[in-house]
Design a protein around this ligand. Structure first.
Ligand SMILES: Cc1cc2nc3c(=O)[nH]c(=O)nc-3n(C[C@H](O)[C@H](O)[C@H](O)COP(=O)(O)OP(=O)(O)OC[C@H]3O[C@@H](n4cnc5c(N)ncnc54)[C@H](O)[C@@H]3O)c2cc1C
Length: 399
């Protein structure tokens, strides 16, 4: 059970990292350990399925660089491997005059990030793209697309097996022990040794990091995003993707309408504190995980700062009428009865001790472990670019 590199986590980031390693150094022995009995069971398998273009991110940030580079790598990958995707474009809609300066900022940011053919839209022009939308102004982003990230991950997994990587499912990593020359990864069933470990454990990335890092300054705070689905007979209300102008103080994009690559139209996700890291239902509670969140000094600062937004999100989570009202800002015709309950996803959002919700991707290097400690949206879009970065760091260490 000796490997060169062990990747913890069979989500899209871990799989893309392993694939990049095996592509550039096929002779290395690589193992992926995933605690579930399938790949991409968590964030990757429960997201909005949007191929983000790079519109939102601070120019020069890891998110901006990786999103744009990752976008092109992903689109090429899907073409080469026959994974269905569609570059259908999206609109971002300002629903009242106060949002116009924020919309203008987004337009400038998109241009700074190199997006071409962005188009500013008047009230009337919005209807050319989405006839049922009402807004005062908008932007059309032609590059944005849709894909099923579970299918993308499964294809990464298939290629890894073809390249002789090992993937072990149902293997939960419970400890990592390092010595000067190697590292031992212990699961409930076995021990595996390697020269290097890459931690891509998503919602548990901080827990896995703490196995070797003493004073980790971040904790993962789980934010559930709940979706409604449009009834089949109402799907005509949405042609492609319709987004609001996001609140710049909040790391999430606001509830939007998404035509899904696997079919159907979803509305959401909201962002409510999850009482369990993998808590997909409102009733899911894990007392020790909840206590850890509530006692983290950084979370207390976030709660003090954003309590109003947080309560608003909670209220919309429990009241379908309130959720519908938020959607009616974009499409006034939508009625509560047009919406049926959809699924949910839980976002892994790193929060530092000082109360900052870490905005950018975060990679921490130790002598024998590389920890991907914050890989929120658009990490699915960016997976191959993040994988490339992490693979370069890993190979520098062991070759
Ligand atoms: C609601 C929602 C909507 C989103 N929408 C988009 C979008 O439209 N576009 C986009 O680009 N991004 C989107 N994202 C973000 C994107 O889904 C994530 O950034 C991405 O999936 C992160 O991938 P990951 O591999 O890091 O995490 P995950 O997919 O969560 O994978 C981590 C894996 O590690 C495993 N694991 C954890 N602990 C252990 C352990 N101890 N031992 C072994 N295995 C372990 C887990 O079981 C899991 O399979 C969205 C996310 C959410 C939640």
């Amino acid at each position: 059970m000796n490997y060169d590199i062990i990747v913890v986590g069979g989500g899209i980031v871990g799989l893309a990292t392993a694939l990049k390693i095996k592509t550039s150094s096929p002779f290395l022995k690589v193992l992926i350990l995933e605690k579930e009995n399938e790949l991409a069971r968590h964030q990757t398998g429960n997201n909005s399925g949007v191929i983000h273009s790079g519109l939102y991110y601070k120019p020069g940030s890891l998110k901006a660089k990786n999103c744009i580079h990752g976008y092109h790598l992903l689109v090429d990958f899907c073409k080469q491997n026959n994974v269905p995707f569609e570059l259908c474009g999206k609109i971002v809609v300002a629903t009242d005059e106060k949002e116009i300066p924020l919309l203008e900022n987004l337009y400038v940011r998109g241009q700074q990030n190199g997006l071409q053919d962005l188009r500013k839209l008047t009230r009337e022009e919005l209807k050319e793209y989405e006839p049922h939308v009402t807004g005062v102004k908008g932007i059309h982003v032609p590059q944005t697309g849709i894909v099923d990230y579970k299918k993308v991950s499964e294809k990464y997994g298939e290629l890894l097996l073809q390249k002789d990587a090992d993937i072990k499912l149902g293997e939960q990593v419970i400890d990592i022990q390092t010595s000067t020359s190697s590292v031992v990864v212990i699961t409930q069933n076995a021990s595996y040794s390697a020269k290097l470990v890459v931690n891509c454990a998503g919602l548990y990335s901080d827990k896995v990091a703490r196995m070797t890092v003493k004073n980790l300054n971040v904790k993962i705070i789980p934010f559930r995003g709940e979706y409604f689905k449009l009834r089949k007979e109402k799907e005509y209300l949405v042609k492609n993707l319709i987004y609001p102008v996001p609140d710049p103080n909040f790391p999430f994009l606001g509830v939007h309408f998404t035509r899904m690559a696997k079919g159907g139209v979803e509305a959401g996700p909201n962002a409510v504190l999850a009482f369990k890291r993998e808590g997909y239902k409102k009733s899911d509670i894990n007392l020790s995980e909840l206590a850890e969140t509530l006692t983290w000094p950084g979370f207390q600062k976030v709660a003090a700062k954003y309590w109003r937004t947080g309560f608003g999100e909670m209220y919309r989570s429990f009241s379908k009428a309130a959720f519908t009202k938020a959607l009616q800002k974009l499409i006034p015709e939508i009625q509560e009865s047009d919406l049926v309950e959809g699924g949910a996803g839980v976002r892994a959002q790193a929060c530092d001790r000082e109360g900052g919700l870490v905005d950018d991707f975060m990679i921490l290097e130790e002598s024998h472990v590389i920890n991907v400690c914050n890989a929120p949206s658009p990490a699915a879009t960016s997976s191959l670019a993040i994988g490339e970065t992490v693979s370069e760091l890993a190979l520098k260490r062991i070759l």
